[in-house]
Design a protein around this ligand. Structure first.
Ligand code: 13P
Length: 251
């Protein structure tokens, strides 16, 4: 049985002070009793260290939202995997659709980042998902499986990898994929992993769903056999909502 994983992606929200306040509230509610599921929070870079200090006594993982694929050098504005590892990050989110759409990230750069992050000992949450236009054209499967295959090209071991399926049209729009739509794509992703890596890695790989997950829709999503948790945006900015979502995963 796969342990569910719920991560709050705070995106470009919260000052350091606000991030400490929110992470403290989450940690107080969830404490160190997370036996049935794994939980992480992903603040923006400036708040990572301070939030890391808040959650270090708990079972909550510190997660970064991005990293570069080089170790160091003249890359103004970028942060390396090694830097993230050195301040206690366990996971890094890579290939989020906002990075792909707004910052020109491609499956090729995502792949470089995935390999670098794994090489530095970080675990990776690799995001994939189709746009509305791609869904309407009927090429969802092709797009998503293509992102999976190229993002993982040359990655031999999936033990430290989680995939997040986030249909772009469901992110921040209030439009959630139906549990059936999400389950269909999760099963397709797992089949692709089975073709690439074999049965055992496919059965162990956790696939999170992301896109307008909230306390009111989480139970039916998490009840699906191939949905192994969530990557939560807007609802993770409110401690009560995030805790309710985590509780739905832990039960
Ligand atoms: P929302 O939950 O705000 O739709 O965001 C989802 C997401 O992009 C998480 O990475």
């Amino acid at each position: 049985m796969r342990k569910k994983i719920v991560v709050g992606n705070w995106k470009m929200n919260k000052t350091v002070e606000e991030a400490v306040e929110l992470s403290t509230a989450v940690a107080e509610h969830l404490g160190d009793g997370l036996v049935n599921c794994e939980v992480g929070i992903a603040p923006a870079f400036p708040a990572l260290e301070a939030v890391g200090k808040v959650v270090e006594w708990s079972d909550i993982r510190l997660v970064a939202q991005n990293c570069h694929y080089e170790d160091d050098g003249a890359y103004t504005g970028e942060v390396s995997a090694r830097m993230l590892e050195s301040i206690g990050c366990t996971y890094v989110i890579l290939g989020h659709s906002e990075r792909r759409q707004l910052f020109g990230e491609t499956s090729a750069t995502v792949n470089l980042k995935v390999k670098k992050a794994l090489g530095e000992g970080l675990r990776v949450i690799m995001c994939v998902g189709e746009t509305l236009d791609e869904r309407e054209k009927g090429i969802t499967t092709e797009v998503v499986t293509g992102q999976v295959r190229s993002g993982l090209d040359g990655v031999s071991d999936l033990v430290s990898v989680v995939i997040a399926y986030e249909p772009v049209w469901a992110i921040g729009t209030g439009k959630t994929a139906t549990p059936e739509q999400a389950e269909e794509m999760h099963a397709t992703i797992r089949d692709t992993i089975r073709e690439m890596y074999g049965d055992l890695p496919a059965e162990h790989l956790r696939i999170q769903y992301g896109g307008s997950v909230k306390p009111s829709n989480v139970a039916e999503l998490f009840a699906k056999p191939n949905i192994d948790g969530g990557l939560i945006g807007g609802a993770s900015l409110k401690a009560d909502d995030f805790v309710a979502i985590v509780r739905a995963a832990c039960c």
